[in-house]
Design a protein around this ligand. Structure first.
Ligand code: CUA
Length: 283
């Protein structure tokens, strides 16, 4: 496509130079009509038809099924629900960060429970709408390890611009080990983090958030079982640091307008610090 577009660009530029510099006589009507017929009708028809045939030939590749691993992603106002469905083994729920094995065709099932969002990882391809009531499929392959930025590309409300995610591509063996480890809940917290867990449960965070291995089993908001292992928070809008966790809990609406989560402006600083310590310990 890029090579085809490059050739067309050169030809158009050549014709423009010819018409304005080499034979700029506006009174030569016969030449003008020939340019319109060949340059304006025949040429674009042939070029667009050729690109269409070429593009249609590539489409079956996009529809080939993945190689075992399937990841369901649901776009929600304003974050991403991620469910890994390995061919063998239990499903694993997470949010806002997607891990994929390098060199494997991963199949994504894309949907939404509220409004239309769109799933796009520019470096890997895609850009597929997430539509309530239906599921769209997308197969992607990361060729190299690394972190790839993804974003919502369909206007979905006040925090549309604050709805991003990271795709972390790691080697296949490391990925399999990581996915298998997700089946066991993280080890119980100690010290300040243990107090943070108590506060987290007492303040009712578990009504919306799930942390496997505790009574927090909410499904309204992002799953926090491995929150501490993510590089970012707030759907890839802030670095995952204790200060940012405390800020996000204290002033949610300021950082993420129209998010469903209420702000907790009256929590004492030391309680926020303990909750941040707990969430950061969930790895
Ligand atoms: Cu979700 Cu825009």
């Amino acid at each position: 496509m890029a090579i085809g577009a490059g050739v067309v660009w050169c030809l158009v530029l050549g014709v423009a130079v010819y018409a304005t510099r080499i034979r700029p006589d506006p009174h030569e009507e016969a030449v003008g009509w020939r340019l319109i017929l060949w340059g304006g009708v025949v040429f674009p028809t042939v070029v667009l038809a050729a690109l269409l045939v070429f593009g249609l030939g590539l489409m079956p590749q996009l529809r080939e099924p993945g190689e075992g691993l399937r990841i369901d992603v649901s776009g929600e106002q304003f974050w991403w629900r991620v469910t890994y469905r390995p061919a063998d083994g239990p499903a694993v729920v997470s949010a806002n960060e997607i891990r994929v094995p390098v060199g494997e065709r991963v199949e994504f099932g894309l949907t939404s429970p509220d409004v239309i969002h769109a799933f796009w990882i520019p470096a890997l391809g895609g850009k597929v709408d997430m539509i309530p009531g239906r599921e769209n499929r997308l197969v992607l392959k990361a060729e190299k390890p690394g972190t790839y930025r993804g974003a919502c590309t369909e206007f979905c409300g006040a925090s549309h611009a604050l709805m991003a995610f990271d795709v972390v591509a790691i080697e296949k063996a490391a990925f399999s080990a990581w996915l298998a480890a997700q089946a066991t809940p993280p080890s119980p917290p100690e010290g300040e983090a243990a107090r943070g867990r108590e506060l987290f449960l007492r303040h009712g965070c578990g009504a919306c958030h799930r942390v496997a291995g505790t009574e927090a089993a909410g499904e309204v908001g992002p799953d926090l079982t491995r929150f501490g292992a993510r590089a970012t928070l707030g759907a890839a809008t802030l670095a995952n640091t204790p200060d940012n966790i405390a800020r996000f809990v204290r002033e949610t609406g300021a950082l993420k307008p129209r998010a469903k989560m209420p702000a907790y402006p009256n929590l004492p600083g030391e309680e926020l610090a303990a909750i941040a310590a707990y969430l950061g310990s969930l790895k």
